[in-house]
Design a protein around this ligand. Sequence first.
Ligand code: IPD
Ligand code: CA
Ligand code: CA
Length: 276
Amino acid sequence: MIDINMVETLETITAIARQAGAMAREAFNNPRETLTKSSGVDLVTDTDKRVEAFIVESLTGHFPDYSLVGEEGGEYNAGNSYRWFIDPIDGTTNFAHGIPHFAINIALADAQLYPPLLGVMYDPMRDECFSAIRGEGTTLNGKLLKVSSTPTLAQSVVASGFPYTKWTDPDNNADRWGHFVVRSRGVRRMGAAGLDMAYVAAGRFDGYWEHYLNAWDIMPSIICLLEAGGRLSNYAGEPLDPHQIIKLRVVASNGYIHDEMLTVLREGYNAPRPGL
Ligand code: IPD
Ligand code: CA
Ligand code: CA
């Protein structure tokens, strides 16, 4: 067991995320090189790679005792179960298309992945830094956050996203999206999973669901959500598998609308609609 000073560690990774964000912000205004990965909708830019290399170098320099995994292939094995999860740009499609909505995600977890020990998400275009330490609450630029108190799905704005396999996999969330459209006040597809869940922590959204996510997409937002009083589960209402890194199914909410969201996910067309 490693003795971790959580507050100091969070300060260090916040500084790293802010520097990484400054790199992405600067690159956002310049021409970019975009390549595809697993499919024609799964993109990576030269900036994703450069930002990840910077974060990997900074984290291994400051914390040589922790392992690390990054979305763009960054890997380091320190021989214990403490591990950083890095998404250098969450919202790459937005970034590649010049849409200013993306974030730098960094979180530290132990062998029981969920919830992580601490995490930070930095949105460089709005200068918004979401962070949380287990047991210490969630802050946005230093101000404490709390989930909304919206009591019903009919009064809620919720968010979701679609997997990169959507062209070929019928389990692509299009039908679930339609069911939420007719049962909520509004559904949003912003394009950065971590920020979607952080917005639930901030009370901007009341709920969020998505599947086929990877741990680096949502690790910091999970601790932010829970520390802001939110509820997290898989689509069946159960806790996340503490060893699962890929293909996660998550429902995040203010707690009040969680069971309604699970009903819509389970019953689909047959789930009750709000009355007029
Ligand atoms: C993606 C975004 C998107 C979500 C995808 C993720 P990336 O991450 O978070 O909102 O719908 O499932 O893979 O590729 O931009 O880092
Ligand atoms: Ca991501
Ligand atoms: Ca990414």
